[in-house]
Design a protein around this ligand. Sequence first.
Ligand code: SAM
Ligand code: SF4
Length: 315
Amino acid sequence: MYDSYGREVNYLRLSVTDLCDLRCVYCMPEEGVEKRLHEDMLRVEEMERIVRAAASLGITKVRITGGEPLVRRGIEEIVRRVSAVPGIRETCLTTNGQQLAEKAEALKACGLDRVNVSLDALNPALYEELTRGGSLKYTLEGIRAAIACGLTPVKINCVVLNGVNDGEIEKIALLTQSAHIHVRFLELMPIGESADWQADRQLKAEHVFRRIGRMNYEGETGNAQVWRIDGYPGTVSLIRPLSRSFCARCNRIRVTPDGFLKSCLHAAAEIPLRGLSDAQLIEAIKQGIAGKPRRHRLAEDGCSACSRRMVAIGG
Ligand code: SAM
Ligand code: SF4
């Protein structure tokens, strides 16, 4: 289905929990978020019905996210049901990787195609500091397990914070020496914990270029600018939702873990999806797609329109 600005919307990001086993400094408060009542969260059957309705409108790709999707009990069943919906051609999942080593094979068997793994540092102490307690070792084991069972290519997401982990950029980019790994450096968005951070914490594209030599520019795809290091098979991308917004090519809608449709990550508007008949669900999703705003206004308004934290939407 096309929205009112002529963009084809074919990608759904389904957030299955707002809980997480880490507390990344830019995403989660140190004390975590309040645990919501079980009955306030979408059940597996409801997720499946939403995906079915979305697929009937042309959604072909689903990304399962959170919070941390691997802490959601029954994540394998969610993957199995979502990936089996007719019309869904690709089911992916974004994870911090802490529990990936033990779950990768089962997820693959349930129909998962690929994973994106968040990794902001290759220095174990810095990783632990940025995630407030995470283990780099577990995430690296998770990446290896994902590659071993064919959840590939693995995309590594690295949020760059100037003066904090920019010294890690080159080491992380060199992971693209593996044919199974692509690396994406993300600009920090002023949302949730980082809403009030100084702009100078945000990634400056030039820093990335300067730190990684031997880079050949390959062009732009969807939401990223793409490079490749001489002779390496994997790609290195830069995703800059602020300084090089990709709104004009935005093809996505989002469903929150408590069952609201958001047609823009940065807009306050939400459409409730729970308790609807199949026909009403389709109408609600149509309404959400039709009402997608032309672009976000993060640069002008900051996070004033963001009604939720990133973990409660699904980053
Ligand atoms: N827990 C999973 C993970 O960390 O991969 C999935 C959810 S997390 C919210 C999804 C992605 O959003 C992660 O790659 C994370 O680094 C990114 N993220 C969170 N807060 C962000 C922010 N303020 N700016 C940019 N990216 C952010
Ligand atoms: Fe958890 Fe992912 Fe947020 Fe880190 S970025 S606190 S892993 S939800």
